[in-house]
Design a binder for this molecule. Structure first.
Ligand code: UFG
Length: 339
């Protein structure tokens, strides 16, 4: 536990959405580096249990609040000294964003505008932002580098692209420096089992397959098997959540050292098909799972793989964990927390 309590670096980071899946892993990574963390989360999808677990590993304060409530947000900024912000809080389900775009534009875009306003009012000028590969839209080539055209095909991706553009303008006008990370498919859990993926409902591939190993029917649905890929199923780039969290710490250091506003893909450069992921899950769980082939899910591109060389070159980031490790930690997390 001592490794989490090294207080050499007393910088204080406000983490919006720190009670959620990716945010909580990032909080752990910050605590390991001796940062103080303030979590700001409305607990709409995050969990108070997650906050309580994190508090055992370092200096963590928690404010339950919504980014849409500007006066409360501003009060929090006035109460605490914030050196930088890492911004995860957002609605993030692609399908839901198509059905209810208003929720996404208001929560994600207006929420971020409030956050940036409070930052400027309180002279906080550094932010690391959780963007998405969804801003690229239908891939025109693979692997996707940061120069790929930006054509999101759903409101979720649109909101993240709008925010990226807002951050560019705020840098030019107000000197607000940002690092925006375009995540590919984030997977796995903390290797010590402190935090993990906990979505309700769960829509993501790996936790869904693993959850099907707990149920009696043990049935898993593959969305489409006639894509133009090696085995007909979609290919994705699964980046381990602890590796992803490390990139955020590197981004903070980059900004602390005067690094300029920038944006990076976070992925592994390697793709795995749904069938390959499924086989690995069966192997790790030691169980056979029945498969049903369903229709393609609307808006699913055949292949999404990152070119991650920019993050390696500029931030010195190096993802280390293989897909197998992500699935193992996700499985362990699921077993401990079977819900
Ligand atoms: N899939 C299935 N069965 C399932 C669930 C998923 O076959 O029950 C397939 C999907 O069709 C897709 C792959 O597994 O081919 C991965 O699906 P996920 O839902 O786990 O992830 P997505 O690729 O749809 O989405 C992820 C993030 C989004 C982000 C997007 C970027 O969750 O937030 O990557 O492209 F926008």
């Amino acid at each position: 536990m001592a490794e989490y309590k090294d207080d050499n670096n007393k910088k204080q980071i406000l983490v919006t959405g720190g009670a959620g899946y990716i945010g909580s892993h990032c909080v752990l990574a910050l605590l390991k580096q001796g940062y103080n963390v303030v979590i700001f989360d409305n607990l709409s999808t995050g969990h108070i249990e997650t906050v309580n677990s994190l508090k055992k590993y370092g200096n963590v304060d928690f404010y339950q609040g919504d980014l849409l409530n500007y006066s409360y947000l501003n009060t929090v900024f006035k109460q605490i000294a914030v050196d930088a912000v890492i911004h995860f809080a957002a609605c993030s389900q692609v399908g839901e964003s198509v059905k209810n775009p208003q929720k996404y534009y208001i929560n994600n875009v207006c929420g971020t505008l409030n956050l940036l306003k409070a930052m400027l009012e309180n002279n906080v000028k550094k932010i690391v932002f959780s963007s998405t590969a969804a801003i690229y839209g239908e891939p025109q080539y693979t692997p996707i580098n940061e120069e790929h055209p930006l054509n999101p095909i759903n409101p979720y991706g649109q909101t993240k692209l709008m925010i990226e553009k807002i951050m560019e303008d705020y840098d030019k006008a107000y000197g607000l420096s940002s690092v925006r990370f375009r995540y590919f498919n984030v997977a796995g859990a903390d290797s010590k089992g402190i935090v993990g993926e906990w979505h309700e409902p769960e829509t993501h591939l790996i936790p869904k397959i693993l959850a099907s190993t707990h149920s009696n029917e043990r049935t898993f649905e593959i969305y489409g098997n006639n894509y133009k890929t090696k085995d007909g199923t979609c290919i994705r780039d699964y980046i381990n959540v602890e590796d992803l969290a490390e990139a955020h710490v590197l981004a903070l250091k980059y900004l602390e050292n005067g690094g300029k506003t920038n944006f990076f893909n976070l992925g592994t450069n390697e793709g795995s098909s749904v069938k390959e992921v499924f086989k690995l899950c069966e192997e790790i769980a030691g169980k056979k799972i029945n498969v049903i082939i369903r229709q393609k899910r609307e808006g699913d591109p055949a292949i999404l793989v990152a070119d991650n060389s920019k993050a390696k070159d500029i931030l010195g980031w190096q993802p280390e964990k293989k897909l197998m490790q992500s699935i193992k930690t996700a499985y362990k997390w699921g077993i401990i927390n079977a819900r």
